[in-house]
Design a protein around this ligand. Structure first.
Ligand SMILES: *[C@@H]1O[C@H](CO)[C@@H](O)[C@H](O)[C@H]1NC(C)=O
Ligand SMILES: *[C@@H]1O[C@H](CO)[C@@H](O)[C@H](O)[C@H]1NC(C)=O
Ligand SMILES: *[C@@H]1O[C@H](CO)[C@@H](O)[C@H](O)[C@H]1NC(C)=O
Ligand SMILES: *[C@@H]1O[C@H](CO)[C@@H](O)[C@H](O)[C@H]1NC(C)=O
Ligand SMILES: CC(=O)N[C@H]1CO[C@H](CO)[C@@H](O)[C@@H]1O
Length: 354
């Protein structure tokens, strides 16, 4: 009798997990092959081999790139070296990268593990760089001042808060003010895995300022990229495992209310916003499962452009797609003067003409 019940339970458990497994694979869109979509002239960026996870291009054509992310379960090509912030001048004919020096006695560069980054330029043209950092698998936000002449980052402050346990991406609203995404609710490695596997949709968005910290949107299935419209009125979010881009209205009191959602057929990652047209450029992972085990089937790359997102004439275009032979696991794409810079979670970066 006891045996029968145990078998029945085991059977039920297997059915239960089979359903979850198939839903998990669909959410990770495990085996999707992309049909290549090529761009006329593409070059790999010299000096980037081990990640170009997030990037931002300043109006003067200087690109800041975070590199060397170590993230649970994702292969790092350079596991023993700390991460860094790279600088690339897109005004040059054949741009290369240099590593920005980090200055500040309180900052531990040996545990630097940069993830999402975002800049804020104040009215005196001082550029602040906010970086999501994961020293020793924890989360902090590091505030730096970008010193262009000296090619350095001056460390100003480390922010920690209980509502910022698992940050992924960030959008700066001031030198110490931001919205940021927590891609998981749980901090514990096993609970995190189950949270993703079962699709509990517990991830959320936080507003942070020295005066007030609050959750402004929640119940997402792996919330990831975040950015803001050029006029500062709308916030864009990518809910990776739901394959959805959300548009939220931002209010004077910093709360957000949902406006519309765009469902795609791929895993949407970082969002960049063209400062001139307001178009969204999204780095996507068509087969995210492979990011965990690259080997002979490397993860592919895909870039989507969304035009007129606020209107009924919204248009989604697949601008670039490739099966991982050139570029593995694109996570971000940014336009500058007719060119597109595509970054990846842990590998190279590609610079193309549009
Ligand atoms: C990438 O990592 C490998 C292995 O640690 C190292 O040999 C190589 O120099 C790194 N490449 C760059 C551009 O940092
Ligand atoms: C800096 O980080 C390294 C690597 O995590 C760690 O071993 C070291 O103790 C840290 N140093 C300080 C002063 O916290
Ligand atoms: C960029 O892509 C990585 C890879 O998934 C993601 O973890 C990170 O949050 C993204 N950063 C931004 C700024 O969206
Ligand atoms: C924030 O502003 C919005 C829009 O004006 C309003 O609907 C909402 O009640 C406000 N929330 C709080 C907490 O003040
Ligand atoms: C495994 C899986 O669900 N694959 C899907 C990924 O997305 C493409 C495009 O929508 C579908 O055709 C696949 O069936």
């Amino acid at each position: 009798m006891v045996k029968v019940t145990a078998f029945a339970l085991l059977g039920l458990a297997l059915i239960f997990f089979k359903d979850y497994r198939s839903s998990y694979q669909t959410r990770l869109n495990a085996s999707r092959e992309v049909k290549p979509v090529e761009l006329p002239k593409c070059n790999l960026v010299k000096g980037i081999e081990n990640g170009s996870e997030d990037l931002e291009i300043l109006p003067n054509g200087l690109a800041l790139i975070s590199s060397g992310l170590k993230y649970p379960d994702i292969t790092s090509f350079e596991p023993n070296n700390p991460g860094k912030i790279l600088l690339m001048d897109l005004n040059e004919e054949d741009p290369t990268v240099i590593e920005l020096k980090i200055i500040g006695s309180k900052f531990n560069t040996s545990s630097f593990n940069p993830h999402g980054i975002s800049t804020f330029t104040d009215k005196d043209n001082t550029v602040y760089l906010l970086v999501v950092n994961h020293p020793d698998v924890k989360t902090t936000v590091e505030c730096f001042k970008f010193q262009e002449e000296e090619k350095s980052l001056l460390h100003l402050k480390t922010i920690r808060h209980e509502l910022l346990p698992n940050l992924n991406d960030i959008v700066a609203l001031g030198p110490e003010r931001f919205y940021a995404t927590n891609d998981h609710y749980f901090v514990n490695h096993y609970l995190r895995s189950w949270e993703t596997y079962l699709g509990l949709a517990l991830s959320y968005v936080v507003y942070y300022s020295p005066e007030e910290v609050k959750v402004v949107a929640d119940k997402f299935d792996f919330i990831n990229g975040i950015n803001i419209s050029p006029d500062g009125k709308y916030v864009y979010l990518s809910e990776s495992l739901a394959h959805t881009i959300h548009v939220y209205e931002k209010h004077a009191n910093w709360t957000l209310t949902p406006l519309k959602s765009v469902v795609t057929n791929t895993i949407v990652d970082n969002i960049s916003v063209d400062p001139v047209t307001g178009d969204l450029w999204i780095g996507c992972l068509p087969n995210a499962m492979r990011i965990f085990h690259p080997g002979e089937h490397p993860p592919g790359s895909e870039v989507l452009q969304i035009q007129n997102i606020l209107t009924d004439e919204l248009k989604v275009t697949e601008v670039y797609a490739e099966n991982g032979k050139v570029l593995q696991g694109s996570s971000v794409a940014f336009v500058y003067k007719g060119k597109l810079l595509i970054g990846t979670v842990c590998q190279k970066a590609l610079y193309c003409e549009l």
